[in-house]
Design a binder for this molecule. Structure first.
Ligand code: MN
Ligand code: MN
Length: 468
């Protein structure tokens, strides 16, 4: 049959108008296998890495499998060498040395591996009405009502005065018990239901239920608390005072799972921003000897402003980079000014159930690929690293040449809210930076949803950026 001749209007429309397509209409059939295999690996990464420390441990394990070695100051480096450095167990930087000198700049993929959660307070354990609880202080921007009546587990570390650190992953094993935070029954919730969503569950009531059985044959007070402490002492060798030097977090006690009859989505805790961190890492692992040195930065503390010694504002990154530069006698500033950073962080996916907070023309859509954000911020781009037109053009070219499905994205409509990433802190270092990442539904909820196609396109995009 003869193909129908296109009308002049159709031809002009095709040539002139921007018409993004659903990624599935652009995905070559032969890429589907890779897409699914990649997402299976990602789901495993999520299940073992529920805190930044666990993500660092898993990153090191995977990096060593791929031939990465710890980088020490003064070490000689050759093209193709693969090295990493851990910052205090909570952030990790990896490099694949390029054939070009560091004076030509590096390609950086920077993501964060911390996620919103409920941290235990330094003095958390108490008993009330013969029930034992742990008091929490939430970390990052959570919607408190989402964290009640779901199974939670405890992950983190307890550091003892003798210098040893005990790792805790209580609830991680299939037959481990779990914890929960209770909520009011509807029968008695009439007053609570009248409150605004943000006030109905106050932060001070986020107390983790951890036990109810009193210590046997004892006449003293707080018998339930004592019995719980006794169990903890048997399991971890700790006393109540040791909570003071612990970092324990209550995190959702469910694993990553496929969502939808078509299995096209992944539901999990912590997509923000492990979905981009894993993409950057997996892309780094595919490299041979790139032209420019490739850097993968997995940062901590993004969710609370990138502060602190393990956050993106810490000099630890500069120290790592300047140690690399010293090996080639290149001034750090000369490297930075020629470098490029993709600040890989999630963006909000357009949700038709809450259409009013999005601007449809400029929102990321599920299955439309990696979302590039020229700027983030709030109230007139405040706090944003607004990437230049030239930089966005550069990234468009790199992604198109690698056949990456991507889209432009803005986090919500003007003045509906906003958010930040590590981009501003990279840009502050005189590094050209653009935000890009996976669109997420229910961001910051204990159970967030992303599309498999978008995950895999972000991996493909990171790879293209490293190879550019
Ligand atoms: Mn994020
Ligand atoms: Mn976030």
């Amino acid at each position: 049959m003869e193909e129908k001749q296109k009308t002049p209007g159709e031809l002009r429309r095709e040539a002139l108008l921007y018409q993004p397509k659903n990624g599935y209409d652009r995905l070559p059939k032969e890429e589907e296998g890779d897409l699914n295999a990649y997402c299976e690996d990602y789901k495993k990464f999520l299940d073992v890495g529920k805190t930044e420390r666990e993500c660092v441990d898993e990153t090191i394990r995977l990096a060593q499998q791929h031939g990465f070695k710890p980088f020490t100051r003064g070490m000689a480096l050759n093209p193709g060498d693969k090295v990493y450095r851990v910052n205090r167990g909570k952030a990790v930087m990896l490099a694949v040395m390029g054939s070009a000198p560091l004076s030509e700049g590096v390609n950086i993929g920077a993501a964060h591996i911390d996620a919103p959660r409920l941290d235990l307070k330094p003095n958390p354990l108490y008993e009330d009405a013969e029930l034992a609880f742990l008091k929490t202080h939430y970390y990052g921007g959570i919607r408190k009502y989402q964290w009640v009546t779901i199974p939670l587990e405890l992950r983190g570390v307890i550091s003892l005065k003798d210098g040893t650190t005990v790792k805790v992953a209580f609830g991680a094993e299939a037959d481990d018990p779990r914890f929960t935070i209770d909520d009011l029954l509807p029968h008695l919730g009439a007053e609570q239901s009248k409150k605004p969503l943000g006030e109905a569950i106050p932060g001070v009531s986020l107390n983790l239920l951890i036990g109810s059985r009193p210590f046997a044959d004892d006449e003293g007070k707080d018998r339930v608390k004592l019995a719980v402490m006794d169990l903890l002492n048997q399991k971890y060798g700790i006393t109540e005072e040791d909570f003071i030097s612990a970092e324990l977090s209550a995190v959702p006690a469910f694993g990553a799972t496929d969502i939808g009859f078509d299995r096209s989505l992944i539901g999990a805790y912590g997509h923000d921003d492990r979905v981009c961190g894993f993409a950057a890492l997996a892309a780094l692992f595919t490299l041979g000897t790139p032209r420019r040195t490739a850097i993968c930065m997995l940062a901590d503390k993004e969710e609370i402003g990138s502060e602190g010694v393990s956050g993106m504002r810490s000099a630890a990154f500069d120290t790592f980079m300047s140690d690399l530069c010293d090996s080639q006698r290149v001034p750090l500033k000369a490297c930075y000014e020629k470098s490029f950073c993709l600040s890989a962080d999630v963006t909000a996916a357009f949700d038709p159930n809450f259409a009013e907070v999005y601007e449809k023309r400029n929102s990321a859509r599920v299955n439309y690929g990696m979302g590039l954000c020229k700027y983030t911020g709030a109230r007139g781009k405040s706090g944003a690293s607004d990437a230049s037109a030239e930089l966005v053009a550069y990234v468009r070219k790199v992604l198109d040449e690698a056949d990456v499905v991507w889209q432009m994205a803005e986090l919500g409509k003007v003045d509906a809210g906003g958010g930040g990433t590590v981009a501003a802190y990279m840009a502050e270092r005189d590094i050209d930076t653009l935000d890009a990442g996976v669109p997420v539904l229910s961001m910051h909820a204990p159970f967030e949803t992303v599309s498999k196609l978008d995950c895999s396109m972000t991996f493909k995009g990171m790879k293209a950026v490293f190879e550019a």
